[in-house]
Ligand binder design. Structure first.
Ligand code: XIL
Length: 384
C-alpha cells in the first residue's frame, strides 16, 4: 500500500535548502536571467570617505555602472583642447575592480556642453564646418580612449522633441539638429563605430516607455520610425535606450504596454535597455511633514512603476540592462532638478540607505520570474 503523500515527498537534507533569495543582491538575481542591473554613479559620492555605504552598495548591488556626469563633454573638455580624463578613468577602474560593465554616457547631447563650444558657435568664431569636425574629433577621442572598456555607448541622447513642447508634430530638437541638420545622428554612429567596433551603440531618450496613438505627436512612434530608418540605411546603431524617468503624478503604463514598445524596437534588430530609471513624486507639505497618508501611496506607486519597467524588460529577451539613475534619495538629481513643485522619493533606497518598497518590488520580480514567459537574454552583436 502506498501511503498518501509519499509519492510527492521530496527528500530534504540540510545542505540542499536554497539560500533565501531575498538575501541576494540585485546583480546576482539579475544574472539568473542574463540581465545586468546598473546605476548611475555620482563620482563625488563615490569618493567621499565619510559615505562608505554609497561605495559599498554600488559595488555589491550592481554589475553595470554609468557616469552620472563625468563623461559629458563639459566635464571631459572644459577648456578647448585639454581633456580631463581623471574622474571618468576612476569610474572605469572601479568597475573593473568590481567586475562591472560600463555604459558610456554620453557622446552627443545638447545639454552640458562646454561653454567654449556653445559660445564659439553663438559668436561665429566656430563655423558650421568646424563644429562638425569638432564633434567628429570629440567622439573619436572619447571612444578611442575607452576602446574595449565600454559595453554600451549612448551615442545620441534626447534628440527628439516632446509632445508638451511641440504638440503638432515631434521633430529633432536642440543644438546639434539646429546647427548640423538631421544628418548628425547617422554621422555620430558611424564615427563611434569606427573608433570602437566592439561597443554597442545606443540611441537614448526619455518618454519612450510606450506607444501612444502612433500619430505625429507620439514620441515613441517618432523614435521607432527614426531607428527603423537608421537600420534600413545601414547606420551602425545597435540599441535603443529607454531612460525611464517616471513620476507618480502621471498615468504611466502597464507592463504589457511597455513590453510592446520594447518588442517593436527589438523587432528592428536592436537591443533594448532601461538606462536611467527613477520614479519621482511631488513633495507636498504633508509628505515633507512626514504624513504617512501622503507618503505611503507615493512609495507604493513608485514601486509599482519600477516593477512595470522591470517586468517588461524581463519579458523582452533583447533588454540587456536595467539601470537606475542613482539608487539612494541621498544622492538623486530629482530634488535639485524638479523644484517647482518640489519632487523627490525617486530612488530604490531612502536617504539613510534603507531599501524602500521599490527595491523589494524589483527584487521580487527578479526572483519570481523564469520560463516559459521569461527566458535568458539574447546578446547583441555590434552591427557590421
Ligand atoms: C543629469 C544629472 O543627474 C545631473 O546631476 C545633472 O546636473 C544634469 O543631468 N537625462 C540624461 C542624464 O541623459 O544625463 C541627466 O543627468 C538626466 C536626464
Amino acid at each position: 500500500m502506498v501511503l498518501a503523500g509519499t509519492l510527492n515527498a521530496v527528500p530534504v537534507s540540510a545542505g540542499s535548502t536554497p539560500a533565501d533569495p531575498s538575501e541576494q543582491s540585485l546583480r546576482a538575481l539579475g544574472a539568473r536571467h542574463g540581465l545586468y542591473i546598473g546605476t548611475a554613479v555620482d563620482m563625488a559620492a563615490l569618493d567621499d570617505a565619510n559615505d562608505p555605504q554609497y561605495r559599498q552598495l554600488v559595488a555589491s548591488q550592481f554589475n553595470t555602472v554609468t557616469a552620472e556626469n563625468v563623461m559629458k563633454w563639459e566635464s571631459l573638455e572644459p577648456t578647448r583642447g585639454t581633456y580631463d580624463w581623471a574622474p571618468a578613468d576612476k569610474l572605469i577602474e572601479f568597475a573593473k575592480r568590481n567586475n562591472q560593465k560600463v555604459r558610456g554616457h554620453v557622446l552627443v547631447w545638447q545639454n552640458q556642453l562646454p561653454a567654449w563650444l556653445t559660445e564659439g558657435v553663438a559668436n561665429g568664431t566656430i563655423t558650421t564646418a568646424q563644429l562638425r569636425d569638432l564633434l567628429k574629433k570629440h567622439i573619436t577621442n572619447v571612444v578611442k580612449r575607452y576602446k574595449g572598456k565600454i559595453w554600451q555607448w549612448d551615442v545620441v541622447n534626447e534628440a527628439a522633441s516632446d509632445p508638451w513642447d511641440t504638440p503638432a508634430e515631434i521633430h529633432l530638437k536642440g543644438f546639434w539638429a539646429q546647427h548640423l541638420g538631421a544628418g548628425y545622428i547617422a554621422d555620430a554612429f558611424r564615427w563611434a563605430r569606427a573608433a570602437d567596433p566592439s561597443a554597442l551603440l545606443f540611441y537614448n531618450d526619455y518618454n519612450l516607455e510606450a506607444f501612444g496613438d502612433k500619430g505625429l505627436s507620439d514620441k515613441t512612434w517618432y523614435v521607432y520610425k527614426m531607428a527603423k530608418q537608421l537600420r534600413q540605411s545601414g547606420v551602425p546603431i545597435d540599441g535603443v535606450g529607454s531612460q525611464g524617468h517616471l513620476g507618480t503624478q502621471y498615468g504611466n503604463y502597464d507592463a504589457f504596454q511597455v513590453k510592446e514598445a520594447l518588442d517593436a524596437f527589438s523587432d528592428l534588430g536592436l537591443a533594448t535597455a532601461f538606462t536611467e530609471v527613477d520614479v519621482r513624486s511631488q513633495m507636498t507639505a504633508g509628505v515633507q511633514a512626514g504624513d504617512s497618508n501622503e507618503i505611503n501611496p507615493r512609495l507604493q506607486a513608485s514601486a509599482g512603476n519600477y516593477s512595470v519597467l522591470m517586468q517588461a524588460c524581463l519579458a523582452n529577451r533583447h533588454c540587456l540592462s536595467y539601470t537606475v539613475w542613482g539608487f539612494t534619495d541621498k544622492h538623486s538629481w530629482v530634488p535639485t532638478w524638479f523644484t517647482n513643485p518640489p519632487e523627490g522619493l525617486a530612488t530604490l533606497y531612502d536617504e539613510s540607505y534603507q531599501p524602500k518598497r521599490a527595491y523589494n518590488s524589483i527584487k521580487a520580480d527578479l526572483i519570481f520570474s523564469g520560463p516559459p514567459y521569461v527566458q535568458p537574454r539574447i546578446q547583441q552583436n555590434p552591427r557590421r
